[in-house]
Ligand binder design. Structure first.
Ligand SMILES: Cc1cc2nc3c(=O)[nH]c(=O)nc-3n(C[C@H](O)[C@H](O)[C@H](O)COP(=O)(O)OP(=O)(O)OC[C@H]3O[C@@H](n4cnc5c(N)ncnc54)[C@H](O)[C@@H]3O)c2cc1C
Length: 522
């Protein structure tokens, strides 16, 4: 990156920065992307894992936002079938509770009308009896019927990684664990940034015609101090619960009895992902974890909608929290959930282009808008082609994994994550085809692939984002963390001290995410 000047340096390896780098590189710009932690270690790895139009924004009259998100959802369904999958959601209707049947009918009609691509099935209605047959664990009392509609889910961290990979394949220089510590100015104009390799320790200067600030909630750290504060972060948490304890069969939209807030129950293999909350946040932005009250609020809603579930904090398999980079409203009276979900692009007097807000789903459109501005700035005529580019692994590769000797379950799992060539080189390594944890589909060869072809540099990079071992096992897979670290150490040349630091670092991370089990702070 430091060798010769760039056209564009993108700061922040969440979904937005990754998409900007992808768009820039595919338009032929000399592009680089730096992320101070791991790719997707910020908000983009802490989402509801939905690629969706945002049904509930219709209630706020945000038709344009929903139309754009539906369009982007359908582009992703088409271009990234390995990563983005359709899911059917049921919205139960109860007597005396919102949503009323009429409002729901109107909302879903509009949701269907706003999509241009009609690939997903349209809405449908079910009687109370049909609903009880399809989702027998739902509360029966007062059930009037239900609506069905379709949206999509994704593995958020793997989506970010796929976009980073596509950017790199198009020529972008990408680096995780590299932080922008200072922007470089010459006669008042921005000319690049001083970066610090947080693992190797080097601090080179990187020169670029344009710097794009895609640092999410951290956006104001790089902006001209005269610019107004851009974001007001709100906290959202999720919990993974055993799906057989919750009792849902497909996706469910439920409402908090306490305040009517909508939450989603998303099927995730043998688990159900439930969230989210939306509260103001005053704590440390770099250590956001769910607390006992957050978890109690979510579980209360699950138990209200699924009376036999009776889930308690000790039933939670894993929990996580993230901060929404919501654009700060001009007036300060807004409730958290009503702050704008739209994105904004800012150009500061020194030339810095910043982008914030939006959604995981709308990343491609946001990136297109940003790179259009970059092109104007550097006098380049090139338009975005990302709406037509395939993204993520090839869904047709299951046979190749079968030929490598993987079980059908492992082959299906690997197909949604890796190109066969990323796994093939590691088949001779010890236990390559064996599951890492019984009952989960992850195999040991994926640890080798994570280091060698997915830029995993630390133990949490592997446990939390490359593989889902942190989320999907009740002990956060602490029992295998040491063995995984040893395998990584052999590839990355870690000495005994670094190995110990990595294991202790992961244990701390897991412990912070368990603290909600100790109950509310007094
Ligand atoms: C609880 C919750 C649930 C959500 N669910 C959904 C959903 O289901 N679907 C959906 O479409 N959207 C969802 N969203 C919204 C979506 O997650 C965000 O809009 C999106 O992830 C923001 O991405 P980003 O790239 O702007 O920010 P981030 O992902 O936070 O990325 C910014 C990155 O910049 C890095 N950075 C900061 N400073 C520096 C520096 N100086 N140098 C280098 N790097 C730096 C950070 O480490 C970080 O990784 C959800 C959000 C939340 C909070």
């Amino acid at each position: 990156m430091a060798a010769e000047p760039l056209d564009v340096l993108v700061v922040g390896g969440g979904i937005v920065g990754a998409a900007v780098a992808w768009d820039g590189a595919t338009r032929g710009l000399r592009t680089a992307l730096v992320e101070r932690g791991d790719f997707a270690s910020g908000t983009s790895g802490k989402t509801s894992r939905m690629v969706h139009g945002g049904l509930r924004y219709l209630r706020e009259g945000r038709v344009g936002l929903v139309r754009q998100a539906l369009r982007e959802r359908d582009i992703l369904l088409r271009n990234a079938p390995g990563l983005v999958r359709p899911v059917r959601f049921t919205i139960p209707v109860y007597a005396g509770r919102r949503p009323g049947a009429l409002a729901l009918r109107l909302g879903l009609l509009l949701y269907d009308l706003l999509r241009r691509d009609k690939t997903l099935p349209r809405r449908a209605w079910r009687s109370a009896e049909e609903t009880a047959t399809e989702e027998p664990a739902l509360r029966r009392e007062g059930l009037r019927g239900a609506a069905h509609y379709f949206d999509a889910t994704t593995n958020d961290a793997r989506l970010v990684l796929a976009v980073v990979r596509s950017a790199a394949e198009a020529g972008a220089l990408v680096a995780n664990h590299v932080e922008v510590v200072r922007l470089l100015h010459e006669v008042g104009r921005l000319v690049g940034a001083s970066v610090r390799d947080r693992i190797g320790g080097e601090t080179p200067d990187v020169r670029a015609a344009v710097v794009v600030n895609a640092t999410g909630v951290w956006i104001d750290g790089l902006r001209d101090h005269r610019a107004a504060t851009t974001v007001r972060p709100t906290k959202g948490i999720h919990v993974f619960l055993p799906m057989d304890r919750v009792g849902n069969r497909e996706g469910i939209v439920l409402r908090s009895k306490r305040d009517g807030r909508i939450m989603f129950v998303v099927p995730w293999g043998h688990l159900a992902l439930v969230g989210t909350t939306d509260t103001d946040y005053e704590g440390d932005w770099d250590r956001v974890v769910p607390d006992a009250d957050d978890v109690a609020y979510v579980l209360e809603s699950v138990n209200d909608t699924f009376p036999a579930a009776r889930v308690r904090p000790e039933d939670v398999v894993s929990a996580y929290a993230g901060l929404r980079p919501l654009i700060r409203p001009r007036r300060s009276s807004s409730e958290e959930s009503d702050i704008s979900r739209a994105h904004e692009v800012y150009e500061d007097p020194d030339g810095l282009i910043s982008v914030a807000g939006g959604k995981l789903t709308t990343m491609r459109a946001m990136a297109e808008e940003v790179v259009d501005r970059v092109c104007v700035r550097i006098g380049r005529r090139a338009s975005s082609g990302t709406a037509r580019m395939p993204l993520g692994p090839d869904v047709g590769a299951a046979a190749a994994f079968g030929d490598m000797g993987f079980s059908p379950v492992a082959a299906a799992h690997l197909t949604a994550r890796h190109p066969p060539d990323a796994i093939r080189p590691w088949l001779r390594e010890t236990r390559a085809r064996e599951p890492i944890v019984p009952a989960l589909p992850y195999v040991w060869a994926e640890v080798d692939a994570a280091v060698e072809s997915e830029m995993a540099m630390t133990l949490p990079d592997v446990m939390v984002r490359r593989l889902g071992l942190f989320y999907e096992a009740p002990d956060q897979s602490l029992g295998v963390a040491g063995d995984i670290a040893v395998r990584m150490a052999a590839r990355l040349g870690w000495d005994a001290e670094r190995l110990r630091e990595e294991i202790e670092g992961y244990e701390r991370y897991a412990a912070e995410h368990h603290r909600f089990r100790e109950g509310p702070a007094r």
